[in-house]
Ligand binder design. Structure first.
Ligand code: 4NP
Length: 158
């Protein structure tokens, strides 16, 4: 952390970095800006299936219908130095969390959390929508909007 305990950089992580984590990046960026928070926000995937690709068209259509922008987003894989660079690394599901812990030094594990810990729901995981239908993409967005609001409240209360 750069000053006191306030995180200034947040990395969202899912499996492919084309559905859930770029949606989280777009939603949280807009909500953080509206709340007047200056943060570095990025996203990445634990696997490299789609490196260099834009976010999934179904994620884009769902989020753009609610006013979020995916402009400039491109898929990348989690890099070793992300664990140094970012203050908070938020996993979309418990598999992503396990993989992130497995690929990082134990000294960085305190930064790695489940994003939905901030949503105040029973759900632990943002379900992978990739092989499902439209309803799955709407649920992903609902969960991400709630967790983004919770994360902003948590950052503001520090
Ligand atoms: P994401 O979804 O982890 O939310 O980006 C997926 C994207 C691609 C694949 C799986 C999940 N895939 O198997 O290619």
């Amino acid at each position: 952390m750069t000053n006191s305990t306030l995180p200034v950089s947040v990395l969202f992580v899912c499996l492919g970095n084309i559905c859930r984590s770029p949606t989280a990046e777009a939603v949280f960026r807009q909500k953080a800006e509206q709340a007047g928070l200056t943060l570095t926000i990025d996203s990445a995937g634990t696997h490299g299936y789609h490196i260099g690709s834009p976010p999934d068209k179904r994620s884009q259509a769902t989020a753009e219908a609610r006013g979020y922008s995916f402009k400039g987003l491109k898929c990348r894989r989690v890099a070793e130095d992300d664990f140094e660079k970012f203050d908070l690394i938020l996993a979309m599901d418990s598999d992503n969390l396990k993989n992130l812990r497995g690929m990082s030094d134990p000294g960085h594990h305190h930064k790695i959390k489940l994003f939905l810990d901030y949503a105040g729901y029973q759900h632990e995981d943002v379900p992978d929508p990739y092989y499902g239908g439209k309803k799955g993409f709407e649920l992903v967005l609902d969960l991400i909007e709630s967790a983004s609001d919770g994360l902003i409240t948590s950052l503001q209360s520090r």
